[in-house]
Design a protein around this ligand. Structure first.
Ligand code: CA
Ligand code: CA
Length: 356
């Protein structure tokens, strides 16, 4: 075969590969999806949240913790200030956001909080706040003790481990133990950028305790939000680029078995679980490409999805809220509390609505 023929074949092969990858990217990001508005009554933006509340979780007594000010490579962030953890008491008639001060040996200037989880110790009622932190682009987990009287977080320890290399979210299962998701396989910034384009199912879930650290589940295109069922028997993990929620049964603390994957047809980020009904509440990105380009004239929208009876033969997947970005941009978490729904976003605002 002549050189020209070889070159032509190479060009054709490359074109086919690029075409195939572009088509795959279109599917991964659901870039063709158009959103129909689906609003809830009495929605109000939360005063004081302007730079995202990527993750939110609510205690049984109505106190919400909000992780704000995330700086994440490839996504916009509109503040140079370090991130903060806020509380918001949902039982107060006037919702007042309070920033938690941080006590102890801790580098506040580089605080870059991402996924959070709260654990209450049954023995003494102590409340521990676990926070994924990315100081200067690194990945580590901070454990704080919540000091309610002082509206403060007492820093207890920083956990770093080679298996905790791209942590997105965590769910605490003890005062010092948790499951964590990695949303990328590579740590090199260029490879991290290329990774989603190659559809490599190499992301995982890691269990950490002071005695054991190990990968307990794998095969995720990108593992994002994670949470646990009220009876602590199942883990739920968002396989965000596959548009599914993976259900894992906890056989033993480090032995998980794959139960099923539920289609959600959206790029779902964090997962909150209603402690009474066991329903899953998901903050989702209806169009991933818009999240990447973040064009102010065509912003990413927001979508909240609820899954009822996830362990049954026929889980019900329902869209609860949808907005094209004119109200809130890039919703990443949604958490219900006594007839209200609090929605947080990656880098913009937070919204509270009445559930119908
Ligand atoms: Ca979380
Ligand atoms: Ca997340």
């Amino acid at each position: 075969m002549g050189k020209l023929a070889v070159l032509s074949l190479a060009v054709i092969a490359l074109a086919v590969l690029i075409g195939e990858r572009l088509s795959s990217l279109r599917h991964l990001t659901l870039s063709y999806r158009e959103l129909t508005q689906n609003y809830l009554p009495n929605c109000h933006l939360i005063d004081g949240i302007d730079f995202g509340a990527e993750d939110i979780t609510i205690l049984e007594d109505g106190l919400a913790f909000l992780s704000t000010g995330l700086k994440y490579p490839g996504l916009p962030s509109y503040s140079e200030d370090p991130g903060k953890i806020y509380t918001l008491n949902l039982l107060d008639s006037e919702l007042k956001l309070e920033a938690l001060s941080i006590k102890g040996q801790f580098e506040k200037d580089y605080f870059n909080p991402h996924g959070i989880s709260v654990y209450t110790d049954d023995k003494d009622g102590a409340i521990y706040v676990f926070v994924v932190n990315h100081p200067q682009g690194k990945s580590q987990v901070e454990i704080f003790r919540f000091v309610e009287k002082e509206n403060a977080l007492q820093h207890i320890k920083t956990i770093k481990h080679e298996l905790l290399h791209n942590v997105n979210d965590i769910v605490a299962v003890g005062a010092e133990s948790f499951y964590a998701t990695n949303d990328h396989y590579f740590t090199n910034e260029i490879l991290k950028f290329v990774e989603p384009l190659l559809s490599l199912p190499w992301c995982d879930v890691v269990y950490y305790s002071p005695e054991t650290v190990q990968v307990v589940a794998g095969g995720f295109l990108s593992a994002n939000g994670i949470n646990i069922s009220p009876n602590k028997r199942h883990l739920y993990v968002s396989n965000i680029l596959k548009h599914t929620i993976v259900v894992l049964e906890i056989k033993k603390i480090t032995v998980l078995s794959h139960v099923k994957e539920v289609d959600v047809d959206s790029l779902c980020d964090n997962i909150e679980v209603d402690r009474e009904s066991g329903d899953l509440w998901l903050g989702c990105h209806p169009n991933g490409l818009k999240c990447v380009f973040h064009d102010p004239n065509d912003p990413p929208g927001s979508e909240v999805i609820r899954i009822e009876n996830i362990l049954s033969e026929k889980p019900q997947v329902t869209q609860v809220y949808a907005d094209d970005g004119s109200v809130i941009i890039a919703s990443s978490v949604a958490t219900p509390y006594r007839g209200k729904l609090l929605i947080g976003t990656v880098y913009q605002k937070a919204l509270i609505c009445d559930l119908k």
